[in-house]
Design a protein around this ligand. Structure first.
Ligand SMILES: *Cc1c(COP(=O)(O)O)cnc(C)c1O
Length: 380
């Protein structure tokens, strides 16, 4: 007899709120159920009384939140008889697609921008046996090509334009509400294609009586009345705040950006696929968009690793970088509860991490004396 119920992934856990039935074969790696960690030191460092929680999505099976969407998308692709999936990716979608395709026994084709993908993500896609196609172009070019090619070949697109992706990703909001007993006041996320901010809003709306008769205009399935909403859990919803990298900030420019550039490669996207839905999320939730420089993003990543022991990739730190600025300025008032999504693990991008690391890397003789003096010299 097991001593507690085995956790077998988010579809099984939330099956009454997801588009599956008892005959659906679930393609799962135990994704979801990630830790919501309360920051101990950073609020004091910025001198404000706020509760900041980070949702550490880097602890999903392939190291990013993309697994939440991919378990749903691949489960449905297999159910519908598909033998191959395809995606354009800045890296994490390709890693997740490759892993879930391997699990399902189908083929994954991934289009990535040549030279602009973090090393860990490339290693994952290759190890899981995906067909990796590097294109001499950026994510937006890849996305356009994927849409075109899927019209001529028997492949299922598993980018976030696949509505099952957002259904899987909405479960992160469920987990947060269940743990806090209510929705946070603010939920901050990095924004690339804006699928994740939309998915979280769908999740919060499904769990909240504040949504009224209709769940949200953003839900591709609900048409004003979400069939997966099964009664409210709480009575509040957060303001949704989306932060972009300054060199890649179409929501700030109010139009598409043709040559996006940022160290946060996961959000190096100039033509967001969930453009209209994300504007609705901002309106419905009373939130806002803002942008962070690459310097602010890397500083937040470092602060989190050095002062909280939490290692996320650069794009993920955009949520905390923006939140810290808005908390300092009072735009997010003291007394608020704030959740920042840390979308991917720091190990995804070791190059950027090592490049900006200032920790001493000492090389000494293998003797007691030299190790002892290295320690004594570096006692703080
Ligand atoms: C995909 C991704 C994002 C962006 O999410 P969108 O849904 O495209 O807005 C942010 N951070 C990381 C690490 C990602 O992999």
């Amino acid at each position: 007899m097991p001593l507690r119920e085995r956790y077998t992934g988010l579809i099984n856990h939330y099956r009454d709120r997801l588009p599956v039935d008892e005959n659906t074969r679930l393609i799962s790696l135990g994704e979801g159920n990630t830790p919501l960690i309360k920051l101990n030191n950073i609020p004091a460092l910025i001198g404000k009384k706020v509760d900041i929680y980070v949702k550490y999505e880097g602890l999903n099976p392939t190291g990013s939140f993309k697994d939440r969407g991919m378990t749903m998308a691949v489960t449905k692709a297999v159910e519908e008889g598909s033998r191959a999936i395809i995606c354009a990716s800045t890296g994490n979608t390709s890693a997740a697609a490759a892993a879930y395709a391997a699990r399902a026994g189908i083929t994954a084709f991934v289009l990535i921008p040549e030279g602009k993908i973090a090393l860990g993500k490339l290693a994952q896609a290759m190890m899981h046996g995906a067909v990796v196609i590097q294109i001499k172009g950026n994510f937006d070019d890849g996305m356009r090509l994927v849409k075109e090619v899927a019209e001529h070949a028997p492949v299922t697109i598993v980018n976030s334009i696949n509505p099952y992706r957002l259904q899987g990703q909405k479960t992160a909001a469920f987990e947060i509400v269940e743990e806090l007993g209510r929705a946070p006041d603010y939920h901050c996320l990095p924004v690339g294609n804006a699928g994740n901010i939309t998915a979280h809003w769908i999740g919060y709306c499904e769990y909240s009586s504040a949504s009224g008769d209709h769940v949200t205009a953003a839900c591709a399935f609900c048409n004003g009345e979400c069939k997966f909403a099964r009664g409210a859990v709480v009575d509040n919803r957060p303001k949704m705040v989306g932060y972009q990298a300054a060199g890649s900030a179409p929501f700030m420019r109010g139009e598409m950006v043709d040559n996006p550039d940022t160290v946060a490669t996961a959000i190096r996207i100039g033509h967001p696929q969930s453009w209209d839905m994300a504007w609705k999320v901002k309106e419905e939730s009373g939130g806002w968009f803002d942008e962070c420089t690459d310097e602010e993003i890397l500083a937040a990543q470092k602060l989190l690793t050095e002062h909280e022991g939490i290692f996320c990739e650069p794009a993920s730190a955009t949520s905390l970088a923006g939140a810290m600025r808005d908390i300092k300025s009072g735009k997010i008032p003291e007394g608020s509860s704030v959740v920042c999504t840390l979308t991917g693990h720091g190990l995804k991008d070791p190059d950027t991490a090592i490049k900006q690391s200032t920790a001493p890397l000492l090389t000494v003789e293998a003797t007691l004396d030299s190790v002892k003096s290295a320690i004594l010299d570096n006692m703080s």
